[in-house]
Design a protein around this ligand. Structure first.
Ligand code: S3P
Length: 177
């Protein structure tokens, strides 16, 4: 069996299950779990909805990139981490480059648009980019090509969190990381 890498990044659209899968995966690996959105909230002392509403998306993206930069520094210094990224983080080229330079596996959690929308609607998390259905669909289409650069792609449709975690673990064991 190959050595486990020091980090796993979970990417995918809003509602893909990155946080739930990430928490359980971290538990199984005995690693810490970091949700990048939580890092932004902690650093700014503002909710993501508030940053979007009062300062705009570009300001949110700056905070997000900064938080990712710090997270990568921690990982590089040897802190084993499962990281869940907000849906747009991977779609910023400079973020993608930094993660790819690290060489850690990047797992795309995918699901059909209707499923993602239903999951977001059912969750309590406030998502500024969820409210407008046309925008949600447009973003989903626009990001698909970028998401395909992930090292592993997993369909989460109709699966329980534990099943997806098992699939991630299997892909880490057989993957060439
Ligand atoms: C965003 C997704 C959100 C959060 C922010 C922007 C996006 O995270 O980062 O609202 O651009 O897709 P989740 O993917 O965890 O919902």
């Amino acid at each position: 069996m190959k050595m486990a890498p020091g980090a796993v990044f979970l990417i995918g659209f809003m509602g893909a299950g990155k946080t739930s899968v990430g928490r359980e995966l971290a538990h199984r690996l005995g690693w810490r779990f970091v949700d990048l959105d939580d890092r932004v909230v902690a650093a700014t002392q503002r909710s993501i909805a508030e940053i979007f509403a009062k300062s705009g998306e570009p300001e949110f993206r700056r905070h997000e990139s900064q938080a990712l930069h710090e997270l990568i520094r921690e990982i590089s210094s040897g802190v084993n981490t499962v990281a869940a990224l907000g849906g747009g983080a991977w779609c910023q080229p400079q973020n993608r480059l930094r993660i790819q330079e690290l060489g850690a596996p990047v797992i795309l959690l995918d699901a059909p648009l209707a499923t993602l929308r239903a999951r977001c609607a059912a969750e309590g998390k406030q998502r500024p980019l969820f409210a407008d259905e046309a925008r949600f669909r447009q973003l989903y289409e626009a990001r698909r090509a970028e998401y395909t650069a992930a090292t592993v792609k997993l369909d989460t449709e109709g699966k329980r969190v534990g099943d997806v975690v098992e699939e991630v673990l299997r892909s880490l064991q057989v993957g060439s990381f």
